[in-house]
Every structure is written in structure tokens, then in C-alpha cells.
Design a protein around this ligand. Structure first.
Ligand SMILES: Nc1ncnc2c1ncn2[C@@H]1O[C@H](COP(=O)(O)OP(=O)(O)OP(=O)(O)O)[C@@H](O)[C@H]1O
Length: 318
């Protein structure tokens, strides 16, 4: 039998099962007790419980009839906003089931819509307000046009704390009868960066290849360098040893398949663990920001990374 995907298997059932989003969840629960719901806008990074919260609201409001009264659409459907609008129209045509007053339309990636498409969406929202409530989800609420924001109650979801990730990972490991070492748990926290989906996926993928999950399994399966290796790389450059730093970087990229953006992201995180003067730290972070931007603009990653290491090395001579 094909094994179930754990992010689905361990999807929170009730709002109370969603960890680490204290204030938002508390406020959302009040809609359940009053059986009323405004349009909602959830913003926040990936994998922190936005979809899970929308589904939990539907389950708590509608009970067994939640499936009939809830639909999930992706706003960035490549066939365009018209397809999304047609689906909304079809769904809202039929009355709510099981005595509910309204149905819920969950629209993921709403910030992928252009402002024009968002205006069209806003009119659609107004047209179906009678029997539908919208829950929009996005990474950046600043990308949602004002007329939509002002029609929604806005909830900001945060990156999850490492404690919240650890608790959930340990719980799932126990349920699945996995053996995971302490450094394995630490590694999952590191790679997750507060994204629970990433954490759970890393755990499941690791369980497929090793009986005892440790940090090596986790870093390998997620194509992440060990944080110590990155610290070593940075330290070599800061010590004025450019060639050695460059060799370490080459090794990381070719042997572990890291992308330029991965390496820069990890260097950024390593900087704060170094025992260096604050002025230098600020200068390095400033440079990392510049290189990161150039990479997202499509610059050559080898040249950019070497330029970063060169900058680190030069700081030694100032
Ligand atoms: N706060 C949380 N508490 C418990 N489990 C969580 C939490 N956040 C995420 N998860 C787990 O990760 C999975 C993915 O989360 P979810 O789909 O809610 O992310 P999301 O915030 O909607 O992300 P995206 O913006 O990428 O759609 C869930 O099915 C659940 O298993």
C-alpha cells in the first residue's frame, strides 16, 4: 500500500491542534463560538498553518458536512482568473448543506494575482457574499490590493518557533515508531526555518532511507550543508585564506548539490554565530544582502559567491 503523506496524515484537525500561532488562533476561535465568519485574509510564510486553519474552521463550523461546504482553489491557477471565477460561481450556486448559513471558499496564493485580477476577484467576492465567505491566503499581504484588504479581517501567521517544530516532530516520530537522534532533531529544526511542512517532509523522506535518523540523514535528504561546514568556510575567508575558502565552497556545491542561493542563505545564518565585532558583522550582512539580490536577478552564482568570499577575505586587511 502506498504510504500516506505525513503532512496530510498529521494535518491539524481542530484549531486547537495548530501549534505556535497563539493570538491568531485565539481570535479565530471566537468565530466558531458565534457561528459567524467575515471574509478573512491569512498572510505569512509557507508551511505555518494557513491552509490548516482554514480547513479546521470549516470542520469546526460544519462538522460532517464540511466537505460539501468548503472548497479550496489556487488563485494562481495557470488557466487564469476566469477559470477561478467560474469555479467560484459553480460552487456558490448550490445552497449550503446541513443547515449552515454559508459556504467557505479558500483561495490560496491570492498574492499571485495581478492587481487587475484582484479587482475582478473583489467583484466576485461581493457578488457571492450572501452565501459564501472567502478566506484568502498569501505570503505577503502588501501584495493584496487595498479594497480587498479592507473587506477582510487580516490575520498574520508567523514562522514557527523551533520549540513548536521540535514538539511536533517528536510527536510524529513517536507515532511512527521512528528512532531519531538528538542531533537529528536539531538538524530538522535548522533546515525547517520555522516551516512545519518542510520539517515533516524532511522527517518522512529520512525515514525512508535510514532506520535511525540523525543529522547526516537530514542534511543529505534536504541538500543542506552542515552548519559547521558553512561556519568553517566563512572562517577561512575571514582569516584571509581565500583559496581554502573557495575550495570548501566548490566541494559543497559540487558534492552536495547546493545552489548559490542555498549557500548564501546558510552563510547569512552562520554569521550570527561567529565571534566577530558588530561593525564587521553589519558590513558582512550588508554584502550578503547585495549578493542575494544579484542572485535572484539571475547573476552567475559561482562569480557571486566568490565575490562574497573575496569581500570576507578583504575585510581582514581593513
Ligand atoms: N502551526 C502548525 N501546527 C501543526 N501543524 C502544522 C502547522 N503548520 C503547518 N503544519 C503542518 O504542515 C502542513 C502544511 O501546512 P499548511 O498547508 O497549513 O501551510 P500553509 O501555511 O497554508 O502554507 P502555504 O502558504 O505554502 O500554502 C499541514 O498539513 C500540517 O501537517
Amino acid at each position: 500500500m502506498k504510504e500516506e503523506i505525513w503532512i496530510e496524515k498529521y494535518r491539524p484537525f481542530k484549531l486547537d491542534d495548530i501549534v505556535g500561532q497563539g493570538e491568531a488562533i485565539k481570535r479565530l476561535k471566537s468565530y466558531i463560538s458565534t457561528n459567524n465568519l467575515p471574509h478573512l485574509l491569512f498572510s505569512g510564510p509557507p508551511g505555518v498553518g494557513k491552509t490548516a486553519a482554514a480547513v479546521a474552521i470549516a470542520k469546526e463550523l460544519f462538522g460532517d458536512a464540511w466537505h460539501q461546504n468548503f472548497t479550496e482553489l489556487n488563485a494562481s491557477d495557470e488557466r487564469g482568473i476566469d477559470v477561478v471565477r467560474t469555479k467560484i460561481k459553480d460552487f456558490s450556486k448550490t445552497s449550503p448543506i446541513g443547515g449552515a448559513d454559508f459556504k467557505i471558499i479558500f483561495l490560496d496564493e491570492a498574492d499571485a494575482l495581478t492587481p487587475d485580477a484582484q479587482s475582478a476577484l473583489r467583484r466576485t467576492m461581493e457578488r457571492y457574499t450572501n452565501n459564501c465567505r472567502f478566506i484568502l491566503s498569501c505570503n505577503y499581504s502588501s501584495k493584496i490590493i487595498e479594497p480587498i484588504q479592507s473587506r477582510c479581517a487580516v490575520y498574520r501567521f508567523r514562522s514557527l518557533s523551533y520549540e513548536a517544530v521540535e514538539k511536533r516532530v517528536r510527536y510524529i516520530a513517536e507515532q511512527e515508531g521512528l528512532q531519531i537522534s538528538e542531533d537529528g532533531v536539531e538538524a530538522i529544526k535548522y533546515v525547517s526555518q520555522g516551516d512545519m511542512r518542510k520539517a515533516i517532509n524532511a522527517l518522512q523522506a529520512s525515514a525512508l532511507i535510514d532506520d535511525v535518523i540523525d543529522k547526516d540523514t537530514i542534511y543529505k535528504i534536504t541538500a543542506t550543508a552542515h552548519p559547521e561546514e558553512i561556519e568553517e568556510l566563512v572562517q577561512k575567508a575571514l582569516d584571509g585564506n581565500f583559496k581554502a575558502a573557495r575550495e570548501t565552497m566548490e566541494k559543497l556545491m559540487s558534492e552536495q548539490g547546493l545552489s548559490g542561493e542555498d549557500v548564501v542563505g546558510q552563510i547569512y545564518r552562520a554569521i550570527f554565530n561567529l565571534d566577530i565585532p558588530e561593525k564587521l558583522m553589519v558590513e558582512l550582512v550588508d554584502k550578503i544582502g547585495e549578493i542575494d539580490f544579484r542572485l535572484t536577478e539571475g547573476a552567475n552564482e559561482r562569480i557571486q559567491l566568490e565575490a562574497l568570499l573575496a569581500h570576507f577575505t578583504l575585510s581582514q586587511y581593513e
